[in-house]
Design a protein around this ligand. Structure first.
Ligand code: ZN
Length: 175
């Protein structure tokens, strides 16, 4: 499993809902947590690992008890506002200030297929909004203020150049 990086168009394609809660889904979730921890992130969404399903994992404390699996999540309420630094595993090395709701409630299904609601504040609220955005094909850079986006323009260009380089076919080496 590899991270899909900006500006890969797969990141902007809203994924399909999860319909089947099976062993394969559980394995997918485990692999996503593993990659998230390895990459030092606090959240990861399906499209970021080329898994076009409405699935995200979050753990803002990295304590096993705080692992949060969100299947088919939808935001049901938001309140307050807060500006804070935010990053994304699909944008290595890039951080920007984003305004988000301070408190956010999400309705989702667990791996057992049962519905539940989770309310987060601060970092958890931010992660919930960031991951549900991914599942709607929205990237955090589109939520930057114009000034912030201007400040990060050069870094974004660099990511675009790197990504384009990676798409080129590998040179055939004759032995
Ligand atoms: Zn992200």
């Amino acid at each position: 499993m590899e991270l899909v990086l900006y500006p890969d168009p797969a990141l902007k394609r809203p994924p399909d809902r999860v319909e089947v809660f099976d062993e394969a889904l559980r394995a997918q979730v485990q692999a996503m947590f593993d990659l998230m921890y390895k990459s030092k992130g606090v959240g990861l969404a399906g499209p970021q690992v080329d898994y076009p399903r409405r699935l995200a994992v979050i753990n803002t404390s990295w304590e096993p008890k705080d692992e949060l699996v969100l299947v088919n999540p939808e935001i049901v309420s938001m309140s307050g506002q807060e500006v804070d630094e935010e990053g994304c595993l699909s944008f290595p090395g890039l951080m920007g200030k984003v305004e988000r709701a301070k408190v956010c409630t999400v309705h989702a299904f667990g791996l057992d297929g049962k519905p539940f609601e989770v309310t987060g504040e601060g970092l958890l609220a931010r992660a919930l909004q960031h991951e549900v955005d991914h599942l709607d094909g929205i990237l955090f850079v589109t939520r930057l203020s114009p000034a912030e986006r201007q400040a990060l323009k050069k870094d974004l260009r660099e990511l675009e150049t790197k990504w384009k380089e990676k798409q080129k076919p590998k040179r055939y080496i004759r032995k």
